[in-house]
Every structure is written in structure tokens, then in C-alpha cells.
Design a protein around this ligand. Sequence first.
Ligand SMILES: Cc1cc2nc3c(=O)[nH]c(=O)nc-3n(C[C@H](O)[C@H](O)[C@H](O)COP(=O)(O)O)c2cc1C
Length: 203
Amino acid sequence: MSNRFAQLTFTPDVQRHQREHGSDRAYRRMTEGPAEADRLGPDETLFLGERDSFYLATVGATGWPYIQHRGGPRGFLKVLDEHTIGFGDLRGNRQYITRGNLDHDDRVSLFLMDYAHRARLKILGRARAVEDDPDLIERLSVEGYPAKVERAIVIDVEGLDWNCRQHIPQLFPADAVHEALDSLRERIAELERENAELRGTRP
Ligand SMILES: Cc1cc2nc3c(=O)[nH]c(=O)nc-3n(C[C@H](O)[C@H](O)[C@H](O)COP(=O)(O)O)c2cc1C
């Protein structure tokens, strides 16, 4: 966990529980460092570039947290620079809950999973919707993807946290499974042909 992530999440209530359970000593150092936003390094950039979905939490005016799944072609969430990420906000059910929440509070939490490698990354940041910058919207669109980009969502990253892999189930994307099955099917067909030849019959 980075210092900045700890500074943003270790509230007095959280710290009180850490004290009660004896983990405060190990964590205290993190909250005492300089309050500088985390930078996206090569590991984060690679990881973000491979995602085809993530979960995005915003805060409503009622104080309720709200989580929405965001999906798109692999790499649709782009690293714009070492402090900034963005994605094209695709037209959906037109409830605009995330969009409306950002008018009230720009704080967001992203939760990014790689089930195949059992890895997860949490990001805290401040988000803004950009509706009047066609160049940016174009940059955050993915050619050929069948959905309309209504606006760009740009997020200034504040804190990062790589979680451990404990309790993450290992799941593989269907396209990777189909690819692996295709090569097995080809091999089985090849062996069936060879078997038929050896038996002197046709498959
Ligand atoms: C026709 C259509 C219907 C949808 N219905 C739902 C739905 O019932 N529930 C949901 O969570 N997302 C639904 N989605 C996906 C959301 O519209 C999409 O994720 C969008 O980003 C929602 O943003 P919001 O939850 O911030 O309003 C639908 C998308 C489309 C295209």
C-alpha cells in the first residue's frame, strides 16, 4: 500500500480499529509520509492497458456509495500521463447516475481485476466529465467498437494499492479458453486421422 492511499483511507475510525487489533504500528509510517499523489509506473500502465472492464465507485448526494461496472475493448481505459487516466463513457441505459454523482463529488474509486492472473489494483482519484473536447473524446474512443462515446471521463489519480491475491478465484476470459480449446481440437483431429491411417480406415 502506498503512503498516499493510506492517508486517504486510514480515517480516525479505521486507525482506532488498527490500534485495537495491533496493526497500527506497521501502518503508522505510511500515514506520516509526504501527501503526494501516487504516480502510475510501468506495472500499473501495463495492467491498466490490458483491462477490458473495471468497477467504478462514486458518491451520491445522499452519501450512498454507488458502484457501476465499466466495460469495453481491451485497453479502453487509457493512461494519459503518469498521474492521469481516462476512458470514453459509453451510452447505456441513460440513468446517468455516475455522471450526476460527479457533479456533487468528484471522488472516485476504481477496482480493477485480472482474474486470470489473480491480481487486483485499487485506485482512488478525482474524476471529471469532459463533453466539449472532440479530440480527447476521439483519443478515448476505440475504432470499430459498436457503442457511442458520449463523453470523456478523466481521472486524476491520487492513490494506488495493489492487493494480495488471497481469495481471488482464477477465472479465464472465454476468448482465451476458446483459443486453447481450438488448438486441442486440432490436435485431436490430427490424432484421429493418424489413428485411422494406422488402422487402415478412414475417420
Ligand atoms: C439498453 C441498455 C440497458 C442497460 N440496462 C442496465 C441496467 O438495467 N442496469 C445496469 O446496471 N446497467 C445497465 N446498462 C449498462 C449501463 O447503462 C452502463 O453501464 C452505464 O454506464 C450506466 O451508468 P450509470 O450506472 O452511472 O448510470 C444498460 C445498457 C444498455 C445499453
